[in-house]
Design a protein around this ligand. Structure first.
Ligand code: BG6
Length: 500
């Protein structure tokens, strides 16, 4: 694309998704079950009973998974990318993209997580995909783990609460970094690492109910998180050792907190809440836990067990860039009861009277993205990458498919000016941040294709610029239909942002 627009030369324009939400083919190609495959359909943030899951044996789970039809478990069919990826890559090429952020399903490579040898068929799937992307001039930006841990590691090990999982992850990371050397230049370790604080067993995307009885949830959370920090630092070190041409980043769900009022107590509370979100990147960028978090642990009676060498490893395994998702801002106050609540993808929050909300009740706050970019750049001074931003909305498919017998053409279309508006508003703020001097590697819009929602498992919460003709129960042709926003995004990329 041209370098004439307001975005830097070589800026990576892309779309983003995760294997567990897009691929389907959950039991094909030697893939094992992942946590995502056992999440039933739910329209709200219903909890998954993690203790029941941990008590269930692999056999019971495998039996349930063999039940015909993926309807009750939408992530088992996703958007059928596993079977349609070649056509989808052509759509991304038609969009003119220079990047695709995606993830590898860990359980395609190590079906239970504990095998010593990888599943060659899984490796081949990604190798062919990455090669094709490169042929089309699209840089794969690859998350090693995005809410899709092998289920066996959750049920038999207790997921990230168990230190032994680090070694299994390290073997997986070594396998993929070695195999895809030269094909992948941008790695991310864990998606939204801060979700582990609320989902210590799986690392996110499940919405866990209480952990096992008798376990202190906060203790479990911070211990699990420490294990993930160590695993991430090991992966960073591996990338640096095995492929010096590749760059590796961390990934945070950035939740900017605004004070509800100018009451200094609210301001300090917002600062604390921001620190509790940013300490994840403090660890991964600066290589050490900040004092505020150590104090928080002390105040809460949380005792994180670290092994000798852990802290040195954290200091050594710092990232080359910081990537993050941005969907909304939150509001903090010391007197919560004064305010009403609204929704969010990870945490619900006080309603901000200055902001509209989306259909799903998430604050719509484009300026917050500029605030976040400027703030992260000031705090860390390393390149940033927006790897998720987008609007989940209900779309209406108009027209009808071609009917050869009746000789009618395909008139299907989706008019989604609201999605274009979302991108315009947010990207204008990104442009401002770049003008402020922020070094930004790229922007990958969440979805690209419509995919199964992480929090609600709905297909009808649509993020894509390409419509996928399937409903929440997996009925439909799975045909791909370019939405109006597709053609707008194509112009955005072609002009390097000059259309904004
Ligand atoms: C992020 C996740 O939290 O938000 C994605 O990394 C997710 O996996 C996205 O899809 C949007 O959330 P949701 O719940 O609307 O799919």
């Amino acid at each position: 694309h041209g370098a004439t627009g307001p975005f830097p030369e070589g800026f990576l324009w892309g779309v983003a998704f995760a294997a567990n939400q897009v691929e389907g083919g959950f039991d094909e190609g030697g893939k094992g079950l992942s946590q995502a495959d056992v999440i039933p359909f739910r329209t709200a943030r219903d909890y998954v009973d993690i203790s029941a899951l941990m008590k269930a044996s692999d056999e019971t789970i495998a039996e349930a998974a063999a039940t015909p039809g993926a309807a009750g478990y939408p992530k088992r069919s996703g958007s059928d990318f596993y079977h349609r990826w070649e056509g989808d890559v052509e759509l991304f090429a038609e969009l003119g993209l220079s990047a695709l952020r995606m993830s590898i399903a860990w359980s395609r490579i190590f079906p239970t997580g504990v095998e010593t040898e990888p599943n060659e068929e899984g490796l081949l799937f990604y190798e062919r995909l990455f090669s094709r992307l490169r042929e089309r001039g699209i840089e794969p930006v690859v998350t090693m783990s995005h809410y899709e841990m092998p289920l066996h590691l959750v049920t038999e090990y207790g997921g990230w609460t168990n230190r032994a999982v680090i070694g299994h992850f390290e073997r997986y990371a070594r396998t993929i970094v070695t195999r895809f050397r030269g094909l992948v230049h941008y790695w991310l370790t864990f998606n939204e690492i801060n979700t582990t604080v609320i989902e210590p067993y799986t690392g996110g995307g499940v919405i866990e109910r209480e952990p096992a009885p008798g376990v202190d949830p906060r203790q479990a959370s911070y211990q699990a998180l420490h294990h993930q920090f160590v695993a991430s630092a090991l992966a960073v070190r591996l990338v640096h050792e095995l492929d010096p041409d590749a760059r590796v980043g961390c990934m945070l769900a950035r939740m900017a907190h605004y004070p509800a009022s100018s009451d200094p107590a609210d301001v300090v509370k917002a600062q604390f809440d921001n620190n509790l979100n940013l300490f994840h990147t403090d660890v991964q960028v600066r290589g050490r836990y900040p004092g505020t978090v150590r104090r928080f642990w002390r105040d809460q009676g949380i005792d994180v067990v670290m092994e000798p060498g852990d802290e040195a490893l954290l200091a050594e395994g710092t990232v080359d860039f910081l990537s993050f998702s941005y969907y909304m801002s939150l509001v903090s106050s010391v007197s919560l009861e004064k305010y009403g609540a609204t929704g969010g993808n990870l945490f619900s929050t006080i309603k901000n009277p200055h902001l509209p909300t989306t259909e799903w009740g998430w604050h719509f706050d484009p300026e917050g993205l500029r605030y976040v970019l400027d703030d992260l750049w000031d705090r860390y001074g390393i390149p940033l990458f927006i790897v998720e931003n987008g609007l989940g909305a209900t779309d209406v498919l108009e027209g009808s498919a071609a009917d050869a017998a009746a000789g009618t053409p395909d008139t299907r279309a989706v008019h989604d000016p609201y999605r274009v508006d979302y991108f315009v508003q947010h990207l204008r703020q990104v442009r401002e941040a770049i003008a402020d001097g922020v070094e930004l590697l790229g922007y990958t819009a969440w979805g690209g294709l419509d995919i199964v929602s992480a929090s609600t498992s709905q297909m009808t919460k649509r993020y894509g610029v390409v419509y996928v003709d399937a409903d929440d129960l997996g009925n439909g042709s799975y045909d791909r239909i370019r939405k109006d926003s597709f053609f707008w995004y194509q112009r955005l990329v072609a002009t390097n942002g000059a259309v904004l």
